[in-house]
Write a protein that binds this ligand. Structure first.
Ligand code: JHZ
Length: 421
């Protein structure tokens, strides 16, 4: 990878070779333009300062099929102070609870088993293991969230996960029974070093469980707004099999979940392992080849559909504006910021956004500078339309806002296709 400077102290990398197989056969299929980092919410005083923008384009490796961003923004810019927490959503709390229960039962964990979570955020997932009297250790570079996790009694190291850190943990705590990583593997630039570290912390029986948004879902459901600077890689199963293989680890089981627009949970163990490889692993590999993920076609089709959604949404919002309707946003998500910046939608169309995360309230969206308020504002204000920027929580949000809808308020949902509910 080569480094290029974009701002005075801000360095980004332009990727020259695939992060898994090192191939230089990289086919770029979509550019969403240049935009600020998607969780870079601004305070009022930040509005006066200039905002760095970074290119947002994706390519597919024509050798191993890993989809990845063309540019890498340094991780410390994105993750040291992080405003995203999953624990304000009942869907996420339930998801983590059932994930923990599933892990405890299938792996027959006992009190005192050691569970390490990479990208532990505010400790929500680990809290479930702690409730079962297990030893837990969170690792997350966001010092603000590590602090919140510690207050809940979840021991947390506020740093990036690397093989050096793994060495230190191994010395202090020994190997882990389980290592989890939800929505974090895609954030890691040096996947090879991460695999080295994970392998160090696993013993013959322990399991690494990773959950990530699944590429075929992203493609088939037009989830283009989940492409952003934090997500360096977009995984299907095949490239991951070859990555883990290099580090003498293997995927022995796979589960599909509906979270975040369609995710995959994989179970990885060191080889030789006592875990039998489930037939589903090969079935999914076959399915991915049938979907032609190793060819250019599905990526080109996806890029075309992305442009259509942009055009249709802009036209629809312009029509509403001409009719004098009042439109706000719902859920100041990272993906929402991608949509707003890519479609060039600002305060002339969306007067404000409501969001349940109190760290975001009182701030402004990156690039588009739309103010963020608590959800209660919707009730008081009754705008005619709310653009759902957190479509992955459509069920939860529409349920919560039954009153608003009963009063005539309408939700505009863009993914997988433009519709009104
Ligand atoms: P949500 C994050 O992306 C960032 P984002 C990260 N990089 C990642 O990988 C993905 O998650 C998976 C609000 N909300 O979870 C809360 C309400 O206001 O889709 C959030 O700000 N009311 C780690 O940011 C936003 O919507 C509600 O009732 O795209 C949702 O953000 C609910 C349920 C949510 O992730």
């Amino acid at each position: 990878m080569t480094k290029e400077t974009i701002g005075p102290n801000l360095k980004q990398y332009r990727v020259q070779a695939c992060r898994i197989c090192n191939s230089m056969r990289l086919y770029q299929f979509l550019s969403l333009g240049s935009m600020p980092i998607p969780n870079g919410f601004l305070t009022k005083s930040d509005l006066k300062k200039s905002e760095p923008r970074y290119p947002l384009s994706v390519f597919v490796c024509e050798d191993c099929s890993l989809v990845q961003l063309t540019h890498v923004v340094p991780a410390h810019i994105m993750f040291r102070n992080y405003l995203y927490i999953p624990s304000t959503s009942s869907t996420m709390i339930e998801h983590f609870k059932s994930m923990a229960q599933d892990i405890v039962q299938t792996l027959k964990l006992k009190p005192q088993s050691l569970v390490i979570d990479i990208g532990s955020n505010d400790g929500t997932l680990l809290g479930n293991f702690k409730d079962n009297e297990m030893r837990v250790l969170g690792i997350d570079p966001a010092s603000n969230l590590a602090q919140v996790a510690r207050l809940k009694g979840v021991e947390t190291i506020d740093n990036f996960f690397t093989s050096d850190l793994a060495k230190k943990i191994l010395k202090e705590k020994g190997t882990a029974d389980v290592i989890t990583g939800t929505n974090v593997f895609a954030h890691i630039d040096d996947l090879r070093d991460a695999c080295k570290g994970i392998s160090m912390l696993l013993n013959k029986k322990s399991v690494f469980i990773v959950e990530f948004p699944y590429l075929p879902d992203l493609l088939s459901k037009n989830e283009f707004d989940t492409i952003y600077h934090e997500h360096l890689s977009y995984f299907s199963l095949r490239p991951l099999i070859s990555l883990f293989n290099t580090y003498n680890m293997g995927i022995f089981d796979v589960k599909r979940t509906s979270i975040h627009g369609g995710s995959m949970r994989i179970y990885v163990a060191k080889k030789p392992s006592g875990y039998k490889v489930q037939p589903i692993v090969q079935e999914i590999v076959k399915e991915e080849l049938l979907k032609k993920l190793d060819k250019r076609i599905p990526y080109d089709d996806f890029a075309r559909r992305t442009k259509t959604i942009k055009r249709d949404l802009k036209n629809y919002l312009q029509t509403l504006r001409k009719q004098g309707k009042r439109v706000v946003g719902y859920g100041a998500s990272a993906k929402g910021n991608v949509l707003l910046n890519y479609c060039n939608i600002g305060t002339e169309i969306i007067s404000y956004i409501v969001d349940s995360i109190h760290y975001k309230q009182g701030r402004f969206t990156p690039g588009t500078h739309i103010p963020i308020y608590p959800e209660t504002r919707l009730e008081k204000d009754n705008p005619t339309h709310a653009l759902l920027l957190a479509w992955n929580f459509a069920d939860e949000i529409l349920r919560k806002q039954a009153g608003y809808r009963a009063r005539g308020g309408q939700f505009i949902i863009t993914i997988p296709y433009l519709r009104i509910e």
